[in-house]
Design a protein around this ligand. Structure first.
Ligand code: CA
Length: 449
């Protein structure tokens, strides 16, 4: 659950990671990505031991009119007027005058968040770098220990919701390294800041009001309601609106505590996946071998086929086993092109993508779950020799493609589905295997034309 330009699933504490994944892996921040933000999935150590740096005072990289330095300063001046205007909406949600007053009277905006909201790093990591960071031996061992320690809770939650315990543990591990990287920003202050300043105010007004509802109800202790800059909190990073939809008081103490109660955390996360369509007893997908002669234009989210049909196209499981249920529908993901592994993704992968709409993170969650269950690493190697293009190079790639008549939309340095399709078309017309992978070789070939 993370954040990016559009989709905020749960915004992770680690901001750096967000934009990177988006840029490198071509994440589509779509409709389903409303409550969590891929942008911030917690993976790297948060800078919590040092005082947070102040706002840079600079205009945001998005170029949005509400993100200029002047617009941010002006909005900050009117912060309290803006918050006070939300009182009527809060009252309609059953928030009392005293709760509203007590929690908002001394609030100040956290302008540093404006830098994070528009963070567009120049250099990005590759798909395999993210998997290396998120699925480590240490994380596998810790996850197995937690599965053992909370076996009773996992048993009950699995029974009640039909969601595989290893997936729940993997979400816990990928989102916050099992609750150790939760972030330390006040959810109330973050969502209030974003509700009144910057380019996502409509979205965050809802998150801010939902935060007040949580405080009014007393589900989570105010001092424990801390998290990422975008307001995601707890070991599995619930945004306040997602909390309202999915949180469950599984240990029946009267509080839906997705921060400090392991049964509530696991049950709420399972409830979220179940409501998003998790198919009980199924896995998320399979690593597959894609022949070099394959028609890579079929590798597309929007072109699902049955596993049987994929087999007819020459695709095989990497471990040599047959597909257990060949009639299941799957789409093909080839994140690193013909030189890397392919994956046939089942419905449950799409459910994980709703939880965290970044392909690399969703794959990390599925893979970590398999490893926790005792499975091995991926069979095929990643093309680790491939250099990842910088943001400047990605922009140049898009501009060159556009100049040669390929449709990439508005060049933005983010390699989404449209850019991948354009690369595939270019490759197909230029005697290369059309795998859509934005390699340095493709850029060189475009430059030479
Ligand atoms: Ca509870």
């Amino acid at each position: 659950m993370g954040e990016d330009g559009n989709g905020m699933h749960k915004a992770r504490p680690i901001v750096i990671a967000v934009g990177l994944v988006a840029a490198t892996c071509g994440i589509a921040f779509g409709q389903g990505a409303q409550d969590r933000s891929p942008a911030t999935t917690g993976t790297l150590p948060p800078a919590t031991s040092q005082p947070a740096p102040p706002w840079s005072g600079e205009s945001g990289a998005s170029g949005h009119p509400l993100m200029t330095a002047d617009a941010i300063r002006t909005a900050a001046t009117h912060f309290h007027t803006c918050i006070d205007k939300l009182w009527q909406a809060a009252a309609r949600r059953g928030i009392s005058r005293s709760v509203f007053h007590n929690y908002t009277a001394s609030l100040t905006p956290d302008l540093r968040i404006m830098d994070l909201l528009d963070n567009q790093p120049e250099f990005t990591k590759s798909f395999w770098d993210y998997l290396d960071i998120l699925v480590t031996n240490d994380r596998i061992e810790q996850g197995r220990a937690l599965l053992e320690k909370y076996r009773g809770a996992f048993d009950s939650v699995e029974r009640a919701f039909g969601v595989d315990r290893h997936i729940l543990a993997a979400i816990w591990g990928v989102e916050t390294n099992y609750g150790t990287l939760i972030g330390e920003r006040s959810v109330l202050r973050s969502t209030a800041t974003l509700a009144c300043i910057g380019r996502r105010q409509d979205y965050f007004r809802e998150e801010f009001l939902s935060t007040l509802e949580i405080l009014q109800r007393g589900d989570v202790r105010p001092d424990r309601l801390v998290g990422s800059w975008a307001g995601a909190f707890g070991p599995t990073q619930f945004m306040p609106t997602a909390f309202k939809k999915y949180a469950v008081d599984f240990d029946r103490d009267g509080h839906r505590d997705v921060v400090d109660s392991v049964p509530d955390v696991l049950a709420s996360t399972a409830n979220n996946l179940k409501k998003d369509g998790w198919a009980t007893g199924n896995t998320w997908g399979y690593e597959v071998v894609v022949p070099t002669t394959f028609n890579f234009l079929l590798a597309d989210h929007s072109r699902p086929m049955s596993l049987r049909e994929w087999e007819r196209q020459g695709i095989r499981r990497a471990n040599g086993q047959p597909f257990p249920r060949p009639d299941e529908q799957a789409f093909l993901l080839v994140p690193a092109g013909v030189q890397g592994p392919g994956f046939l993704m089942l419905n449950n992968f799409s459910v994980i993508m709703k939880y965290n709409p970044a392909e690399a993170y969703a794959l990390a969650i599925g893979h970590l779950a398999d490893r926790l269950r005792g499975g091995g690493p991926f069979v095929q190697d990643w093309p680790r020799y491939e250099r990842v293009l910088s943001r400047t190079e990605r922009l140049e790639l898009q501009q060159l493609l556009a100049r040669h008549g390929y449709d990439v939309g508005e060049p933005d340095g983010l390699l989404g589905l449209r850019t991948r399709t354009a690369i595939r078309d270019f490759q197909a017309k230029n005697g290369r295997i059309p795998d859509g992978f934005a390699s340095a070789g493709v850029l060189d070939q475009l430059r030479a034309r």
